[in-house]
Design a protein around this ligand. Structure first.
Ligand code: HEM
Length: 434
């Protein structure tokens, strides 16, 4: 019989649940799962019933649902003021599909492969400056590398004053955009420009000025290189229309915000995990010495399984939707929970153990490994992120011998929308290798 009630979940007031979800997402998700099972309803915000889903079949049904029936733009509405009303993250339905079609070709495999040399060079440059013998934090180093890679591969900016100007502005925008004070709608007041939100708004204006100038300059260029912006300037929709300046600006910022912190954090986690598993490290080194990368790819997959940078994804129902024996009313938010699905003991033996071998020589069953989400909203830059992780890890592992600065595992903590290592992956370079 179909049930119209939502799955059970915590009964505490919405603001308490929201606070727990914000301050300690890992404990919140684990406790809910242990108490209520594979699907549970939580209250995040005054009126929002959010159903966490952790079974591959349920997640598949959501990812395969019609884009007209399930929205994401509404949920991502808080990004609109910075990323713009055309951002891929805030649009839905036909408009989303039309923009996505234009944005996909620059992220196809052979296009991404053209950026490998730049990825390797960005890593080489950065690693050369790492101190030997003194502890330092990897995450900011990874952020610097991923920012340089995006500026080159996506924005098409070559080293020089224009790139320096945009780098400073964009780094500031990214920093302001990831503070809690600018992610909580309640704290979004300009207060004469002095509040974190006010600062973010004025920084966004400066970024806009520089970005629109760059887009105008690139439109004039006759011989454009193979970066994402160049390809988008030449792209046309089915009616033969090119992208507008507004669309280009919004999608460039969206790729930056969606692709920079995520990739840097995924890299920080990969090192945090590998450095605490000397057997894995030894095998990686041995394999890389022979020019092989299959174990490295497995280690990257395993790290993204155990430490998914984005713990959930979400779809808001525009119409009622049936899932198994439950009937969800329109307005319900369904959240495929990447974090909990990845630790299901029926999908992964000893799910909390870090074992890259589990991904060697096999392909994951559908909807059992979903760090990049799925369906028509699946991460646009998944292939790009994996290629970048592979390039950076190859360089780091072949240039320096690292050890963790502390033996204890780093805790999983929230940093705006991502789950980060609590100390930012603190390491020590023991010696340089080449
Ligand atoms: C390890 C790094 C990354 C992780 C873990 C990650 C994860 C995700 C996830 C979970 C989603 C939501 C998918 C869904 O709702 O089904 C997403 C969406 C998206 N990601 Fe990524 N991402 C990463 C890197 C990147 C990069 C490098 C770029 C671009 C340069 C990028 C661009 C995007 C965009 C544009 C979307 C929105 C897609 C849409 O709504 O159609 N991401 N990402």
């Amino acid at each position: 019989m179909t049930q119209t009630t939502l799955p059970p979940g915590p009964r505490r007031p919405a603001f308490v649940q929201t606070l727990e979800w914000i301050t300690n997402p890992e404990r919140f998700m684990r406790r809910c799962r242990d108490r209520y099972g594979s699907a549970f309803t939580v209250r995040l915000g005054p009126r929002a019933d959010v159903v966490f889903l952790t079974e591959p079949d349920a997640v598949r049904a959501v990812f395969q649902g019609s884009p007209q029936d399930m929205n994401m733009g509404d949920i991502n509405g808080l990004f609109r003021r910075v990323l713009g009303r055309k951002s891929l993250l805030v649009i839905d339905g036909d408009e989303h599909l039309q923009q996505r079609k234009l944005l996909l070709p620059p992220f196809h495999g052979e296009r991404v492969a053209q950026h490998t040399a730049a990825m390797l060079a960005a890593a080489e440059d950065d690693v050369a400056s790492w101190p030997v013998g003194a502890p330092f934090t990897l995450q900011p180093r990874m952020q610097s590398m991923t920012l340089n890679v995006i500026l080159g591969a996506v924005f098409g900016l070559q080293p020089g004053p224009r790139r320096d100007e945009l780098r400073v502005l964009l780094a500031r925008l990214l920093e302001l955009n990831t503070t809690l004070a600018t992610t909580l709608p309640q704290l979004r007041h300009e207060l004469g420009g002095r509040s974190p939100w006010g600062k973010l708004m004025s920084c966004t204006k400066e970024v806009d000025r520089a970005l629109y100038a760059e887009i105008a300059r690139r439109r004039e260029q006759s011989d454009r290189p193979g970066d994402v912006l160049s390809l988008l300037l030449d792209a046309e929709d089915e009616g033969g229309e090119p992208m507008t300046d507004r669309e280009l600006r919004d999608q460039l910022l969206t790729m930056l915000v969606a692709g920079h912190e995520t990739t840097a954090t995924a890299l920080a986690w990969a090192f945090e995990r590998i450095l605490r598993h000397p057997d894995v490290m030894m095998r990686l080194r041995a394999e890389l010495a022979h020019g092989e990368t299959s174990y490295l790819d497995a280690a990257i997959k395993e790290s993204l399984r155990l430490r998914p940078v984005v713990p959930i994804t979400a779809r808001k129902l525009a119409v009622p939707f049936s899932l198994g024996d439950r009937h969800y009313p329109a307005g319900t938010v369904l959240m495929p929970c990447i974090f909990l699905l990845h630790r299901k003991p029926d999908l992964y033996e000893a799910p909390e153990a870090f074992r890259p071998e589990r991904f060697l020589g096999t392909t994951s069953a559908p909807y059992t490994w979903i760090p990049f989400g799925g369906g028509v909203r699946r991460c646009l830059g998944a292939g790009f992120a994996l290629a970048e992780m592979r390039a950076v890890m190859q360089v780091v592992l072949s240039r320096v011998e690292l050890r963790p600065a502390q033996r204890r595992d780093e805790r999983i903590v929230r940093r705006a929308f991502t789950l980060s290592p609590s100390e930012g992956a603190r390491v020590v370079v023991e010696r340089r290798l080449a």
